[in-house]
Design a protein around this ligand. Sequence first.
Ligand SMILES: *Cc1c(COP(=O)(O)O)cnc(C)c1O
Length: 520
Amino acid sequence: MMNNQGRPTRPGEAHGAARETFTGNRALDIEEPLIFDQGRFDSTGIDIDEPAPFADRLGGLTRADDLALPGLSEPEAVRHYVRLSRNNYSIDAGLFPLGSCTMKHNPRLNEKMARLPGFADVHPLQPQSTIEGALALMQELSRWLIELTGMKAVALSPKAGAHGELAGMMAIKAAISSRGEGETRTTVLVPDSAHGTNPATAALIGFDVQSVPAGEDGLVHPDAVKAKLGPHVAAIMLTNPNTCGLFEREIVEIAAAVHEAGAYFYCDGANFNAIVGVARPGDLGVDAMHINLHKTFSTPHGGGGPGSGPVVLSERLADFAPVPFLRDDGRALRLIEDQSGNQAFGRVTAFHGQMGMYVRALSYMLSHGADGLRQASEDAVLNANYVRAGLSDIFSQPFGDRACMHEVLFDESWLKSAHVSTLDFAKALIDEGYHPMTVYFPLVVKGAMLIEPTESESRSSLDLFIMAMRDLAFRALRGETERFEKAPRFSPRARLDETRAARKPVLKWTPREPWVEAAE
Ligand SMILES: *Cc1c(COP(=O)(O)O)cnc(C)c1O
């Protein structure tokens, strides 16, 4: 029997009609109901004293019903979350080939440093004189970011890549207004292959977005940019290396043309992982670029870990950086919160940003050293090209078989004859024990499969991944379509009806019958 949300309601029904075990569990794969479906609403794991009588000021809106929180004992609650956590896939469990998002190994040293009480327990409202160490850490992180990017200044406070984009674009907007061109320069150029956050950021702060087509080779060419430039253009937002995993080779000429037209060059730095220690965006003509600390400088992310998206700024934009920023007044470091007397465009967060991520990122930088960071980038590029070389005789590449940066992009044309889609193929990879690669992004490539293997993978782990991919490819081409249509077959949940989930999302838990009766 299923409940009204399509979940089994009794042990043994978890895996469909064919009941294989009495409990529905499969050895360590334990079928775990929702916490609400297992709690008893008349009991609780803790005893709370009845509150003393008090006069509420809710104007008669006091809740009359029970709160209906599931009453679990501590061991039951612990078991619930431990069982759920075992259904997670993570970089600590296996190779995580997700492209664009850079899933890196998170060294345990970072975690240890972030948990030092002097960093973990500081409060943003503490007097600044009591947090000199934390400010010094922010200063040191800023120094590394400025050095690695060859830029003039950095605003640490944005809390994600997209947030850094917003801060960078607001600095550009402020700079344009200060030139008296706020009314005329209202267009932002964005290539078709850009991450969705780029046009969204520009539109959010009132710019008109105009797209720039990429060439046949997947790169943006100066002529295509020049054709769109003019006195109405505020900025271009370009990703380098781009979302197709290719280095924009003509970036210097593009930057020069953008500057000549009086506009600014925003670079989406989410793929900085491929070039740290090798190329400096400041040398390439970039005016503003966010850095996803959580991608490039490790730190856990995806499904919960907080992000951090500092934005580095060129000489031309440095003065417009948001508050707060650090200043060394000769005696001590101070976090400047006040906007008067400077050209800061405002602020993008309460307080100073994500302290825990600053600690992790700096720990990563210092433990690698400058040479180690460069090697991490080179290894990331090497690993992606190793995967490319291992697959390119079967998997088709949209822009021909040539070297890529830290991620390799395939399309679906090799799968055409097989009646297997990119989605089916990715789902079959789950059965092989891998998180799927990024699929259907970038949008400009049909049936895209974007694979970023991570620099910390060993050669043997890459070989196994390549063999698994090749085995699946042969099966697809041999016509074993059922394996793909039904995939994933071995995961705790089979393929979801994503259309129904999007159209008819179940956002509210509704009690099952027995509870309704018990409550009445
Ligand atoms: C991840 C990513 C972003 C957005 O970064 P968040 O930290 O997820 O907000 C922007 N652009 C590209 C190319 C990305 O890969």
